[in-house]
Design a binder for this molecule. Structure first.
Ligand SMILES: Cc1cc2nc3c(=O)[nH]c(=O)nc-3n(C[C@H](O)[C@H](O)[C@H](O)COP(=O)(O)OP(=O)(O)OC[C@H]3O[C@@H](n4cnc5c(N)ncnc54)[C@H](O)[C@@H]3O)c2cc1C
Length: 463
């Protein structure tokens, strides 16, 4: 059933914006409310497409004066669909995509509507990169506020460990700066507490020397090789230098040009590798993968870093139905690999996958309370990633993901990633994601948003 029409917005003309205000029926309204995950179908009362901090201030004040629910959308990629709420005033930040790189300070200032690819494109002009994620169409705001990990995490920590400041519109509609020197409590909360504290308008990232050329890509084998390939994964990952990140996955082979036609739709096991240091050292580091067994496809090679950052994009299109279950792991044990393989053989859709991301390294060296993203004992992320097309297949796919996750969960740290939580995962899972830091977050929330204005998220209740 389609979402019901929201009640009309009262006196919309009172909301003065530089960007467009979209009401139900306006051009662009449907596109703006539609998220990456087609399971989410909600209708805000209006969409304020902000062009700058002044628009965000005006929208927050307008909503508060009328007691309207507020929600914020960056890249619209959050699987739980927290970016959009029925009857709310939605701040759509996606027109704010400016990036300014200061190569001397080695900092990029990115507006909150940027996608990861926007930041990579501009920073790579200077041979620099921010710590971001694996799919270029993901929004920087949601990713960063919830933690963030990618190919550079093993060297430099969570994305949020590499943020030096943010600009934010508070619940009172004031623009403030958050950094180590200004509003340090707010700065701490923003680095993992999600969108709980206000509307972020800009994020300043510390940059690192990366690329322009790195060694990265995928090698795939038939699924019956999984026990040996996962064994290779385990041993290589444990010994890998921080420059090397290894990801293992199992799924049906997609119809990608690098895989032969006869394997399309058949089960495969693949290793995704990326070495972000010297390319010659990278080639040496990934040689055991390239020499292993009889692969059905191999695109692990030197390539531009910016291209590597888009390599998985086609596997994650907007508009499919998605349901994930996820857990952090301290290590990859042989018994876990056996379960991983077993649940891969039961995959209910050609688009679903089971994935192990390696993240251990720099993030483990910060103290637990360094930022609320916490989980400093996490070395791998297990993601059971269901993806399918038809609503009629919802139950079957969700059931598969839940069963695989509950069977593998005992291998976890007990922690989970805030940004991978789905709509049906309640406060207990937010507690699992934020751990001991939740208590301190509730105090920061009480100071900066005592009325819980920003509650369309994985919510932190004010202390
Ligand atoms: C295909 C895919 C790949 C992914 N890969 C990775 C990965 O490699 N690494 C990783 O760490 N994560 C990854 N993620 C998870 C990702 O970090 C989250 O989905 C994140 O929420 C996406 O951010 P967004 O801005 O697109 O989200 P949106 O859906 O736009 O927003 C999500 C929430 O973020 C908050 N928010 C957004 N904008 C603002 C703002 N301006 N101010 C305040 N709060 C705001 C709000 O609470 C909002 O509800 C991936 C997700 C997908 C779908």
């Amino acid at each position: 059933m389609p979402a019901p029409e929201p009640p009309p917005l009262r006196d919309p003309d009172a909301l003065k914006l530089r960007g467009p205000l979209l009401l139900p029926g306006s051009d662009g309204y449907e596109e703006s409310r539609t998220l990456w995950n087609a399971m989410i179908d909600r209708r805000p009362a209006a969409v304020a497409r902000c062009l700058g901090a002044a628009d965000a201030i005006a929208a927050v004040r307008f909503a508060r004066e009328r007691d309207l629910l507020l929600c914020m959308k960056g890249g619209g990629h959050n699987i739980a669909g927290v970016a959009v709420a029925d009857g709310a005033l939605m701040l759509d930040m996606s027109l704010m995509r400016g990036v300014l790189v200061d190569p001397r300070a080695r900092v990029a200032r990115a507006q909150a509507g940027c996608l990861l690819g926007d930041v990579d494109r501009e920073t790579q002009v200077f041979g620099l990169a921010a710590v971001l994620g694996f799919v270029s169409a993901t929004g920087i705001a949601g990713l960063t506020l919830g933690g963030g990990f990618g190919y550079l995490t093993r060297r430099f920590g969570w994305t949020t460990d590499n943020v030096v400041g943010m600009d934010l519109v508070t619940a009172e509609g004031r623009l403030v700066r958050a950094s180590e020197d200004e509003n340090a409590d707010l700065f701490w909360g923003l680095r993992g507490g999600g969108g709980n504290f206000g509307v972020v308008t800009a994020i300043d990232y510390a940059l690192h020397d990366v690329g322009p050329e790195v060694v990265g890509g995928l090698v795939a084998w038939p699924a019956h090789d999984a026990p040996k390939v996962l064994d290779l994964y385990r041993t290589m990952a444990e010994a890998a230098p921080p420059e090397l990140t290894l990801v293992a996955l199992m799924r049906m082979a997609p119809p990608a040009p690098w895989l032969p036609k006869e394997i399309h739709g058949k089960p495969i096991v693949a290793l995704l590798a990326c070495h972000t240091g010297d390319p010659a050292a990278g080639e040496k580091a990934v040689a055991p993968i390239k020499a292993f067994g009889k692969p059905v496809g191999d695109i692990l090679a030197r390539r531009p870093y910016a291209q590597l950052q888009t390599l998985l994009d086609a596997t994650q299109p907007k508009g499919r139905r998605y349901y994930w279950k996820s857990e952090y792991l301290p290590r990859v044990e042989p018994a876990l690999c056996a379960k991983f393989t077993e649940h891969a053989t039961r995959i209910a859709s050609p688009h679903s996958a089971v994935i192990l991301f390696q993240i251990g390294g720099a993030l483990n060296r910060f103290p637990a309370e360094h930022s609320p993203v916490g989980n400093r004992d996490a070395r791998y992320v297990l993601n059971v990633a269901g993806a399918w097309d038809d609503a009629g297949d919802d139950a079957r796919n969700i059931e598969w993901a839940r069963a695989a996750w509950s069977d593998m969960r005992p291998f976890g740290t007990g922690g989970t990633y805030l940004n991978f939580l789905t709509e049906d995962e309640g406060h207990g899972r937010t507690e699992a994601a934020l751990g001991r830091n939740l208590h301190r977050l509730a105090a920061v929330k009480a100071k900066w948003d005592p009325d819980n204005v920003f509650r369309t998220n994985k919510n932190i209740r004010p202390a």
